[in-house]
Design a protein around this ligand. Structure first.
Ligand SMILES: Nc1ncnc2c1ncn2[C@@H]1O[C@H](COP(=O)(O)OP(=O)(O)O)[C@@H](O)[C@H]1O
Ligand SMILES: [Mg+2]
Length: 255
């Protein structure tokens, strides 16, 4: 159940976004990837989840290669991600967003889900129960029938988390879940991430908020210019001279 990234390289034309990145994510851990803007964090997520094909390297999960598989096939193996910018279905209600997520993880096709979802709600009451459970878990019970696009931004990010949970992840990759959230909302998200982990889900987190990262991570991996420059516990990372140097050399606002 280990996620192992070996010698991963990604180039965009002349730009080397990842340059021989290797790390493993211990099952059941909260592992964070930090690094200045442009370090390659989102690119690593895109490669792991099949949204782009790496130039070189291998990604294995539970002993089998993910490299070369499509995002849907990777998600079916339990490796599920959220996006840096919110990716909810804006014109669906909160409940229908989650229901769509549940169906995307089942055998039904996407169109099938959209066309037949009301019928499916009636037919598959166990899915209905799952929807209520997930919405309640992220604290959006009072919003279940509201259109996702009408929610405040922080709550839209929670819908996105709910969508990812609906795919029943074994490894959940979260790309800046705290971005655009208030401090109070970030505290809520940190608590949710901890609870998800307690249910046995492995978490790989990209996040700029260092309080969140250092507060919840078991292991922190630092990327800079497409390379891993440090890896360790939050305490080790905060005291690491290369990390301090990378951050002091980073543009204002980057973290
Ligand atoms: N689709 C793309 N086409 C060209 N360059 C890209 C693309 N995606 C990312 N990059 C470049 O790759 C590098 C890493 O980007 P990214 O992974 O988004 O960084 P991070 O998430 O750490 O801020 C940056 O230099 C970025 O400009
Ligand atoms: Mg990014």
């Amino acid at each position: 159940m280990t996620l192992a990234v070996s010698d991963l390289a990604v180039s965009f034309g002349g730009v080397t976004a990842l340059d021989g990145v290797s790390f493993t994510v211990r099952p059941g851990s909260i592992t964070s990837i930090i690094g200045p803007n442009g370090a390659g964090k989102t690119t690593a997520f895109n490669a792991i989840t099949g949204y782009l094909q790496p130039t070189a390297g291998r990604i294995n999960y539970d002993g089998a290669a993910l490299t070369g598989l499509r995002p849907s096939a990777i998600a079916r193996r339990g490796v599920v991600r959220t996006f840096q910018r919110t990716s909810v279905f804006p014109s669906l209600s909160v409940a229908d967003n989650v229901l769509t997520g549940l169906h995307l993880s089942s055998t039904a096709g996407f169109l099938d889900v959209l066309v037949r979802r009301r019928w499916l709600v009636l037919e598959e009451s166990s899915l209905h129960t799952d929807v209520e459970e997930i919405i309640g878990f992220v604290g959006l019970g009072h919003r279940r029938d509201e259109m996702a696009s009408t929610l405040p931004y922080g709550e839209q990010r929670l819908v996105e988390l709910a969508l990812a949970l609906a795919a029943r992840p074994r490894v959940l990759l979260l790309d800046e879940p705290g971005a655009g959230m208030t401090g109070a909302e970030k505290t809520v998200v940190s608590g949710l991430i901890r609870q998800v982990r307690e249910q046995g889900v492995t978490i790989l987190l990209v996040e700029h908020d260092m309080r969140m990262v250092m507060g919840i991570s078991d292991t922190v991996i630092v990327l800079n210019h497409g390379r891993v420059i440090a890896e360790g516990t939050p305490g080790e990372i905060q005291a690491h001279p290369d990390v301090i140097r990378a951050y002091l050399g980073a543009p204002r606002g980057a973290a």
